[in-house]
Design a protein around this ligand. Structure first.
Ligand SMILES: CC(C)(COP(=O)(O)OP(=O)(O)OC[C@H]1O[C@@H](n2cnc3c(N)ncnc32)[C@H](O)[C@@H]1OP(=O)(O)O)[C@@H](O)C(=O)NCCC(=O)NCCS
Length: 236
């Protein structure tokens, strides 16, 4: 995640394949539209997804700024939270380590991306190779490949932040969906997290239209905390 900073105000963002995703905007004192204007001047021409957390103290002001600056509401993203524990047994087996499995990982990642329903991944579908390269170059990050009868059937990309863990991308091949395998992947990810730092919690997010993912998270023990509004703008 990159940081844009002015007068103690901060924008946290990521750029993947000419799309900027802004995940956090913090104003130390009062809302100042200049921070946003300067940021967009510096990144002129790029497509943007701007996420506003409904808990942000300037939620209404940032939302109004978006509406006045040609952003359109795109979708809502639900945030789920869970305290990590040791996880349970699984019907799948797993492989990890990006380096060793690069080819299989890349292939599976592309197959999974091409069928994802999550609005967050729509832009990545257009250029899975570029997206894979960006993800593969990031640290700290590691991945799980879910294996069933010797074939790779799903992936999860795991991330560690100072205060929490997170899953960046979770997907099963279409013929392996609807069978409850997500819980096996979640359990394996949780084992990884727990063994790294048992005190941390785990945040997960997904589009509010992603019914299977929301259901899988809730039935695995996640609690819904709050939501983010995603505003989108494409400048020519
Ligand atoms: C999201 C995804 C990982 C969920 O995995 P899954 O193994 O199919 O989910 P499960 O079989 O564990 O089902 C979870 C719940 O959703 C329900 N469900 C599954 N498919 C459903 C559908 N199409 N419509 C409504 N409910 C559905 C199941 O009945 C289950 O409910 P329960 O917990 O009450 O028993 C999988 O669908 C997928 O790979 N989707 C494409 C990629 C994607 O969108 N990833 C999420 C990125 S955050």
């Amino acid at each position: 995640m990159e940081k844009y900073q002015e007068n103690n105000s901060i924008i946290m963002f990521d750029v993947v394949d000419k799309l900027i995703s802004i995940y956090e905007i913090k104003f130390s004192t009062n809302f100042d539209p200049k921070l946003l204007e300067n940021f967009f001047l510096k990144n002129r021409g790029l497509e943007t997804n701007l996420y506003i957390n409904e808990n942000n103290k300037d939620f209404q002001k940032i939302q109004d700024w978006c509406k006045n600056n040609h952003f359109k509401i795109s979708f809502k993203k639900l945030i789920f939270k869970k305290i990590t524990n040791a996880g349970s047994n699984s019907r799948l087996s797993f492989a990890k380590n990006l380096g060793k499995n690069k080819e299989t990982f890349s292939k599976t990642f592309q197959a999974c991306l091409s069928t994802t329903a999550d609005p967050d991944f729509q832009h990545k579908k257009r250029n899975p190779e570029a997206c894979y390269k960006t993800i593969a170059s990031k640290t700290p990050i590691w991945n799980l490949l879910a294996i069933h009868k010797r074939a790779v059937v799903g992936i999860m990309i795991l991330e560690e932040y100072p205060k929490y863990f997170s899953v960046n991308f979770a997907s099963l091949l279409p013929e392996y969906r609807g069978k409850g395998f997500t819980k096996d992947l979640l359990a394996e990810a949780e084992k990884e997290f727990y063994s790294k730092d048992s005190k941390k919690y785990w945040l997960e997010s997904t589009g509010d239209n992603n019914v299977p993912m929301c259901k899988a998270l809730l039935s695995y023990g996640f609690k819904k905390t709050n939501q983010m509004y995603c505003y989108h703008r494409k400048v020519k």
